[in-house]
Design a protein around this ligand. Structure first.
Ligand code: NAP
Length: 283
């Protein structure tokens, strides 16, 4: 069994991006990312701060915009419009979830697709579905990079994705399908989940249920990717897969922490650098 070391791959990707940013800066192009945070949700604050730090570490200009919980939707849309027109900003990210009085879909659609480094705009979602080059949501993109790094070719594999969110499951399904896997996507209404997971050569799980996937649900020799991040009462982080038991059956498996998680931020940086290069027509 091989542990898929997302942390090491993330460090390697960030180093490569740092070098690339240095070269771009010498040509007069500094990639810029704007991150909008509405309200004081502690988890969102932590995510935004780590995105800001990661940008600084590789030389990307980052602009953090914090707004009060009771900000109007109109004001938020106005800010996005300004950022769409700001030439120093190549990527715009709105930290989710937004307060209930704001229509998240409307906000995500307001970001121009060329700056949509999260890949949530319907235009970019459509391009992913049709198998065209586009900005891909960072977490499933990180999963694809892990597979590539370890020489795991999805062509012809039976893949099962557990979870159908717009952020994880659905883009994951499309990426694997585009890469030549035969994909089954499952969710909370799936009749016999185990029948599907047991058939999978490649199992990707993102549901937010600690240790939900047990060894009896996994095929011998399967590649297992755990996207889940769950904080237990004792403060420990754990995934959606029972790592200890499943790792005895899997050929490759991601740990939590240190698997998919670190790749998400690395892919955000990757998308931002790509957006900057597109903007300058150098890519
Ligand atoms: P989400 O929007 O809540 O979606 C959860 C999905 O799991 C839904 O499709 C749901 O089905 C499905 N599900 C829930 N219980 C299930 C069950 N018992 N059997 C089968 N399917 C079930 O969550 P998300 O945003 O996709 O996140 C999922 C997990 O990934 C969370 O732990 C989150 O923290 C983690 N995550 C990690 C990263 C990272 O960087 N590594 C990034 C994003 C998310 P229905 O659609 O039928 O309700």
């Amino acid at each position: 069994m091989t542990i898929l070391d997302g942390k090491a791959l993330s460090d390697k990707s960030k180093q490569q991006l740092k070098n690339e940013v240095e070269t771009l800066k010498q040509k007069g192009l500094t990639p810029g990312l704007a991150v909008i945070l509405v309200g004081l949700d502690p988890a969102s604050q932590t995510y935004v701060n780590s995105k800001e730090k990661a940008c600084e570490a590789i030389g990307i200009y980052s602009k953090k915009i914090t707004m009060n919980e009771d900000i109007s939707e109109e004001k938020l849309l106005e800010t996005i419009k300004e950022l769409n027109e700001d030439e120093s900003i190549h990527g715009i990210l709105v930290q989710l979830p937004l307060p209930k009085h704001i229509d998240s879909a409307k906000v995500l659609e307001a970001i121009i697709p060329q700056k949509d480094v999260d890949g949530f705009h319907e235009y970019n979602v459509g391009k992913l579905v049709t198998g065209n080059e586009t900005f891909v949501p960072c977490t499933p993109l990180g999963v694809m990079k892990i597979l590539e790094e370890y020489g795991i070719n999805p062509v012809g594999l039976d893949a099962c994705v557990v979870g159908r969110s717009n952020i994880v499951g659905k883009p994951m399904m499309n990426l694997l399908l585009n890469a030549g896997a035969t994909v089954t996507i499952t969710h909370s209404k799936t009749k016999d989940l185990k029948a599907h997971t047991l058939r999978a050569d490649l199992l990707v799980v993102g549901i937010g249920r600690p240790n939900f996937i047990t060894a009896d649900m996994v095929k011998e020799g399967a590649v297992v990717i755990d996207v889940g991040i769950n904080r237990l009462e004792n403060g420990k982080l754990t995934g959606d897969v029972d790592f200890e038991e499943v790792s005895k059956k899997a050929s490759f498996i991601t740990p939590v922490p240190g698997g998919v998680g670190p790749m998400t931020i690395a892919m955000l940086l990757h998308n931002t650098v790509r957006a900057a290069k597109f903007a300058k027509g150098s890519c």
